[in-house]
Design a binder for this molecule. Structure first.
Ligand SMILES: [Zn+2]
Length: 157
């Protein structure tokens, strides 16, 4: 599903702000060997305003992401909150700039730039997962303490 919105009215009436929104589902993404799943509909909403040269797009979006806990690998859900304020140039060949041609604005590049920038490197299934996991490890391995006392018996790991 294309992440687009119609900007015909905003282009026609420069200087006025118009609300816009986009709703849709996102396909899973790969992130450093991890699989990110988007379990809910994502909604981007905000305003756009054309000043004669460029379209200023402001908006916000909350993106629930299902991923794996960095400590125990259980399912972990994280919400990435984004806020946008970008200028989209018309009729430019600048590679770095966001652009819009015709009456359709593609939000895709702005969305993913913001998403990857704000996505935390890792996720935890719950805030105290780290302590829970290390307790378990100690319980499962009663000799762990001996390794600390006699590091030479720990072997080459
Ligand atoms: Zn965990």
């Amino acid at each position: 599903m294309r992440m687009e919105c119609n900007i015909a009215l905003a282009l026609k009436r420069a200087g006025e702000s118009f609300p816009f929104s986009w709703e849709g589902r996102l396909a899973p993404e790969e992130f450093g060997g991890e699989r990110l799943v988007f379990p809910e509909t994502v909604r981007i909403a905000g305003e756009l305003c054309f000043d004669g040269d460029a379209l200023t797009v402001t908006g916000t979006c909350k993106v629930p992401v299902r991923r794996n806990c960095a400590r125990c690998n259980a399912a972990a859900t994280q919400t990435v909150a984004l806020s946008f304020s970008e200028r989209f140039l018309r009729e430019t060949t600048e590679d770095e700039a966001y652009t819009c041609n015709g009456d359709t604005l593609s939000l895709e590049r702005m969305f993913w730039d913001g998403f990857w920038l704000h996505l935390p490197m890792t996720a935890l299934c719950r805030a105290d997962c780290e302590s829970a996991c290390s307790e378990e490890t100690e319980k499962e391995n009663p000799f762990a303490i001996l390794r600390t006392l006699h590091p030479e018996s720990a072997g080459q790991e």
